[in-house]
Design a protein around this ligand. Structure first.
Ligand code: UFG
Length: 344
């Protein structure tokens, strides 16, 4: 049987590269669209090392005006079964300082991809959304019917993209949209060949802890210990990036094998929360390294707790997480120890 072709935007990034590996291993033929603005070309060699296949690449800023024609030409000659769309900017704080750029890039990329997909008659899109669309309006665990109310432009760009996709599906019979609302992706491929490599000072907890453990930073700043949580520090639903990547494959299959059109939305999380201090202790145990902490003030925009109800994904996609916090820490550390400076 001919391999199904899939467009993967943002496929050189942290999450995208793990999805790329699983797609290739599952027999899909993939084309990555990425401009390496927050990733390294080396990732493609690493994907090849893991899978034996180097993915096809279109090096392109997907949000650039007038890029649709050249992307369509580069994609010509194949039937594309679906698009998995991750390309976009993702730093919450930066989005507050540069809202125009965040809306231009994150919405522009989606609109351009929709034009490409329309021209190629590709009717299934899996979109990288985020738990951040829920803001702080819901008690945890939150399910997909939770109220939406992001607290920053990055979060709004995710929600607006969901709206654009929903309107597009309503206007185009046969079009399938699957929005995946990620909770907190962490960990790395078990090979230690790909993983998260943030540029500059990490915004997120796991990469920061990993850099402390490997000796690149002195101590973790714990942003507040006076929340109403088990130990006063923020509680999140961490999900192993391999489980998250499996969720994309399950979502794609759900689209391609299902006789439906319209919009489906799924939380991808474990359904269990851990505090910052619980994560620190688990990481120290898994790595055998010391992780000094310093409690500082709360970070603006943070919420006390958010945990997923991921029952819908289990019921309809047949997907649930397999890897626990220890595995997340062990794999994140394996990647960091093997690549102390990331992709260099
Ligand atoms: N934290 C610290 N110190 C740090 C970094 C984080 O104490 O140096 C704490 C935060 O206060 C929070 C927890 O660790 O309690 C997790 O913080 P992250 O920055 O890792 O993750 P967030 O939950 O704030 O945000 C992440 C992504 C967003 C996404 C959101 C979805 O960064 O893109 O999850 O819930 F939208």
């Amino acid at each position: 049987m001919k391999a199904k072709s899939v467009i993967l935007t943002g496929g050189a990034g942290y999450i995208g590269s793990h999805i790329a590996v699983l797609l290739i291993e599952a027999g899909y033929e993939i084309t990555i669209i990425d401009d390496f603005s927050n990733s390294s070309p080396l990732v493609l060699d690493r994907i090849e090392k893991i899978t034996g296949t180097k993915p096809r690449l279109i090096e392109q800023d997907l949000s650039a005006p007038d890029c649709v024609g050249s992307i369509c030409s580069a994609l010509a000659g194949r039937d594309y079964a679906g698009g998995i769309h991750l390309a976009g900017l993702k730093a919450v704080g930066e989005s507050v300082d540069q809202p125009g750029r965040y809306y231009r890039v994150n919405l522009g990329a989606t609109l351009n991809l929709l034009s490409v997909m329309e021209k190629l008659k590709c009717k299934t899109i899996v979109f990288s959304s985020s738990a951040t669309v829920y803001g702080e309006l819901n008690a945890s665990p939150v399910d997909e019917s939770g109220k939406t109310g992001p607290t920053n432009p990055y979060g709004f760009s995710k929600l607006f993209n969901e709206q654009i996709l929903s309107d597009y599906a309503a206007a185009n019979a046969g079009f399938q949209v699957i929005n995946l609302r990620y909770f907190n992706p962490v960990g790395a491929h078990p090979s230690g060949l790909i993983g998260e490599d943030p540029k500059g000072i990490p915004n997120n907890l796991f990469p920061y802890i990993a850099q402390v453990a490997v000796g690149r930073r002195a101590a973790l700043n714990v942003f507040g210990d006076d929340y109403e949580t088990i130990d006063g520090t923020g509680v999140r639903d961490y999900i192993h990036v391999m489980d998250l990547a499996e969720g994309h494959l399950a979502a794609l299959r759900f689209g391609l094998s299902g006789n439906w059109d319209g919009v489906e939305c799924f939380n991808l999380g474990c359904g269990r929360g851990y505090s910052v201090l619980e994560v620190v202790n688990a990481f120290a145990a898994a790595s055998g390294q010391k992780v000094p902490v310093k409690v500082v003030g709360r970070r603006a925009g943070d919420i006390a707790e958010i945990v997923a109800n991921a029952a819908r994904a289990e019921k309809l996609l047949g997907w649930k997480t397999q890897k626990d916090l220890n595995q997340m820490c062990a794999d994140h550390w394996h990647w960091q120890e093997k690549n102390p400076d990331g992709f260099g």
